[in-house]
Design a protein around this ligand. Structure first.
Ligand code: 6PG
Length: 464
């Protein structure tokens, strides 16, 4: 029997879609899923539904699965991040050979990925931590892929990964080698952090607009914004979501207001805190999700608040649009800044223009602004370094101020817009009140300070 050139472990939603994507590209493929508990029939069901693909072989025994692959074996793990990845790697080690490649396609933490790379390197096995974005549809039709880790390993699998990836505006694959260690998973983590803030901004717009606009009207407005420079996948799907009905009800009205998360936004924020990067929008979005989970408390406290409910939206639509434009620019600026600092810190040599390019299609944060970032990062170090972007952002400043005022007067929390505004004001203010912080630190702890009338290498202490 001829051997398969690629293997996939894990037939969850993403694993199935990637398998079909690869099979459609005519690669011979082996798939494995355990046959325990409620996963007993996963492999058989998958094969019987997809009988048209004669190039897929299914396995429930790991040893036979591994033996069905040609060498060097190329095995993609599409399983939940964390412990499951370690367990499967440990089961694979005695079965595979030197020179084989394992790719972890889940949202693993980049530190775990680095650890797995080192452990497997000592056994001469190449390991790649590859971020896959695009959800189920992206995985099926073409995801954006962010592989990092062993460069040798990438060379062995690049043909397959690049074939199954989405295409950018010039027809090139939305897949590129990101960098060593956990760089691929780090970049996917930041992608998700940007995604969290993009989602939160749309939720905040919805909170403001739904006070006095029908869902149809909001959807119409989002769709019209989506025709121009604001266009993005998340804006497009939100316009669609608003119209969906279940019987007489809008689905959106039936969904409980408690947001879930699988940690990648929190990891991005904590990396920003560790590296000293003011990534305020991601953190605001993570905390905004966390606050929603205190539903019982919110219900209880809300009963104690007497509000004059004002349902009239006292805002120009143009201000909403311009505020959204500013916030998105700041979000992209912060996200790319985090990768830029991480790149220097970890010595990864990340190519930000290439990262923006592979995010122009297939992924959740694809947008027109992302397309602009491809060229911005060819000549600039950051999004706001671009003079056109900078001057349009400053033109939007008054609009975001009006939106925030409206939020305050109508008692609508706008944490992500607020974070964008405060960042923009701070980063464009010559003198901030950090002199007070430095004086306080010196007062209680003799931490010393620098002076504006002395060279910066000199530190002073005052006997307060
Ligand atoms: C993607 C998404 C995806 C993410 C989910 C859920 O790029 O396809 O980012 O990888 O894991 O959207 O993330 P949360 O549960 O944390 O919202």
């Amino acid at each position: 029997m001829s051997k398969s050139i690629f293997g996939i472990i894990g037939l969850g939603v993403m694993g199935k879609s990637i398998s079909l994507n690869i099979a459609e590209k005519r690669f011979n493929l082996s798939v494995y899923n355990r046959a325990e508990g409620n996963e007993k029939h996963v492999v058989n069901d998958f094969l019987s539904i997809n009988q048209t693909f004669k190039n897929i072989k299914g396995f429930t025994d790991l040893d036979t699965f591994v033996n069905s692959l040609e060498q060097p074996r190329k095995i993609l793990l599409m399983i939940p991040a964390g412990k499951p990845v370690d367990i499967v790697i440990n089961k694979l080690i005695p079965l595979i050979s030197e020179g084989d490649v394992i790719i972890d396609g889940g949202n693993s933490h980049y530190i775990n990925t680095k650890r797995s790379i080192e452990m497997l390197k000592s056994k001469n096995i190449d390991f790649l931590g590859a971020g896959f974005s695009g959800g189920e549809a992206g995985a099926r039709k073409g995801p954006s892929i962010m592989p990092g880790g062993s460069k040798e390993g990438y060379k062995k699998v690049s043909k397959i990964l690049e074939t199954l990836a989405a295409r950018d505006f010039q027809g090139n694959p939305c897949c590129t080698y990101i960098g060593p260690e956990g760089a691929g998973h780090y970049v996917k983590m930041v992608h998700n952090g940007i995604e969290y803030a993009e989602m939160q901004l749309l939720a905040e717009l919805f909170a403001l607009m739904s006070r006095s606009m029908s869902y149809e009207k909001i959807s119409e407005m989002f769709s019209s914004w989506n025709q121009g420079s604001l266009s993005s996948y998340l804006l497009e799907i939100t316009a669609e979501i608003l119209l969906k009905k279940d019987g007489d009800h809008y689905v959106i009205d039936l969904i409980l207001d408690k947001a879930g998360n699988k940690r990648t936004g929190a990891w991005s924020s904590s990396s920003a805190l560790e590296l000293g990067v003011p990534n305020t929008m991601m953190s605001a979005s993570v905390f905004a999700r966390y606050i929603t989970s205190f539903k019982d408390k919110r219900v209880e406290f809300s009963k104690r608040i007497e509000v004059q409910s004002n349902s009239i939206l006292n805002l120009k639509f143009e201000d909403l649009k311009r505020a959204y434009q500013l916030a998105r620019i700041v979000n992209y600026h912060q996200g790319f800044e985090l990768m830029s600092v991480a790149s220097k810190h970890f010595n990864w040599n990340l190519n930000l223009s290439e990262i923006a390019r592979i995010w122009t299609n297939g992924c959740i944060i694809k947008s027109t602004l992302m397309e602009n970032c491809v060229s911005i990062f060819r000549s600039s170090e950051s999004v706001l370094d671009d003079s056109i972007i900078f001057s349009s952002t400053s033109e939007y400043e008054q609009s975001i101020a009006s939106v925030l005022k409206e939020g305050i007067s109508t008692r609508i929390a706008l944490p992500c817009f607020q974070a964008a505004y405060n960042y923009w004001i701070s980063i464009t203010t010559n003198r901030l009140p950090a002199n007070i912080i430095q004086a306080q630190r010196d007062y209680f702890g003799a931490h010393t300070y620098q002076r504006i009338d002395s060279p910066l290498h000199k530190f002073f202490h005052t006997n307060w």
